[in-house]
Design a protein around this ligand. Structure first.
Ligand code: C6P
Length: 417
């Protein structure tokens, strides 16, 4: 690792400019300009260590897993199961039986909504969501609610993007069977008080799924101290490959759930009369998995663990403050979402300029941001807007990236008068 990982007590030194050297793509040019990547909430860039781990799989240790008696299959299986163990430790689950490889957070949520939902929800039951949810944590619950005759209740937010906990407490009742809540809002950056939300839900006997997609790259996740029943995250947001993620579930709950998909890998014995299923976690992993993805995700977990999540959080918080102050200095710019507890996301609009026009002009300056509703349309509806410009930060961003953004926004303003 190019990181100046000098062990000073137990904390490595964090030097963003040294770390940037781990990310080959950051030296690319876009339209002849330096590439400024401010779209890590959509997908984070990959360090060399992850790219090399994936390349190593295909060069030296690739075969199908959990099937072959041959050397290479054993080697690949060991590498994949090592990755599962690394991820178990990363989220502090009790057992690898609780770590299910899925395609990403979206698939993890669909798995729980379908499998847990179909077994445990019935007409009249209520599922609580928040207004801050990504579509991936809304639609699977809508589909299941329609199927079984349950209904959805939504916890509102205030103008800063802070969740209304009092209303949440009031919405919880004996009818509440499930709460599905994001840990960090992808559209606004609000960090939700999930420990408190889980505690209150458990008092009513409801189960809770936390969508950790936007939290895992920025803060230490401890599913046991949260007491989450289910927790999902995607590999590509934590500097790993896309098409892979994990669903964490408490073993007892997963044991009691029926399989989500049928096929190879998830079975014990198959006859035309009856099929018995494999033990956890394989009961939920039908078909050949994304082998290199899982191993690459393990390498990503190694990488951010070595850099240190505390270091990453401190660096990003500093940058978030710097960026917020700089953006506040731009006339006619309005930041959307100003919760006191916020992760490294800056959503904003320039009065009189369509966010897509802002995004297009920034792009010509080599700056990548996301514009649109960010797959969180209810948030946009609440603020009565169709979209925002979103600059989202990763561990490799520095003050120069923010300065480049601010300079380019000034040019947008000049163009639009
Ligand atoms: N948000 C963004 O630009 P998948 O696609 O399954 O890896 O992740 C879905 C998802 C679920 N929950 C949250 C909070 C998310 O932010 C995302 C993905 C990206 O904000 C792409 S829409």
């Amino acid at each position: 690792m190019a990181t100046k990982v000098i062990e000073e007590m137990t904390r490595p030194v964090f030097d963003v400019n040294v770390l940037r050297q781990d990310f080959p793509i950051l030296t690319e040019e876009v339209y002849g300009k330096p590439f400024t990547y401010l779209d890590s909430a959509a997908s984070a860039q990959k360090p060399r260590q992850v790219i090399e781990a994936i390349s190593k799989v295909y060069s030296t240790e690739y075969s199908n897993v959990h099937r072959g008696v041959h050397y290479m299959s054993q080697k690949t299986t060991d590498a994949m199961e090592e990755a599962r163990e690394k991820i178990r430790s990363f989220v502090n689950a009790s057992s690898i039986r609780e770590i299910i490889f899925v395609r990403g957070a979206t698939e993890g949520i669909n798995l729980v909504a379908s499998s847990w939902g179909r077994r445990n929800l019935s007409a009249g039951d209520e599922i609580i969501l928040t207004m801050l949810e990504h579509h991936s944590n809304i639609v699977p619950w809508q589909l299941m609610a329609e199927e079984v005759g349950a209904s959805l209740k939504v916890v509102p937010i205030d103008r800063d993007g802070v969740l209304d906990i009092d209303t949440y407490s009031n919405l919880l009742s004996d009818k509440t069977k499930f709460v599905a809540v994001t840990h960090v809002s992808n559209a606004l950056g609000t960090i939700l008080p999930v420990t408190e939300l889980i505690r209150l839900a458990h008092e009513r006997g409801a189960k809770v799924l936390v969508d950790g997609c936007q939290a895992a790259p920025h803060m230490k996740i401890d599913v046991r101290s949260l007491d989450a029943d289910f927790y999902v995250l995607s590999g590509h947001k934590i500097y790993g490959p896309s098409g892979i993620g994990i669903l964490y579930g408490k073993e007892k709950l997963l044991e009691a759930m029926p399989p989500y998909q049928g096929g190879e890998e998830m079975i014990d014995v198959v006859t035309f009369d009856k099929t018995t299923y494999a033990d956890l976690p394989f009961k939920f992993e039908a078909g050949t998995p994304h082998i290199a993805g899982a191993i690459g995700m393990g390498a990503a977990v190694n990488y951010i663990t070595a850099v240190g999540l505390e270091n990453i959080a401190a660096h990003e918080n500093d940058l978030l403050k710097y960026g917020t102050n700089k953006l506040k200095g731009i006339d006619s710019l309005e930041i959307v979402g100003q919760a006191p507890e916020k992760a490294a996301i800056l959503s904003f609009n320039l009065t009189g300029v369509h966010p897509h026009d802002v995004g297009t002009i920034l792009d010509r300056e080599g700056i990548a941001v996301r514009t649109g509703h960010h797959c969180a349309q209810p948030v946009m509806d609440y603020f009565d807007i169709a979209s925002t410009v979103r600059a989202s930060l990763g561990l490799y961003n520095n003050r120069s990236d923010i300065d480049a953004l601010v300079a380019a926004l000034e040019r947008v303003k000049e163009i639009f008068g």
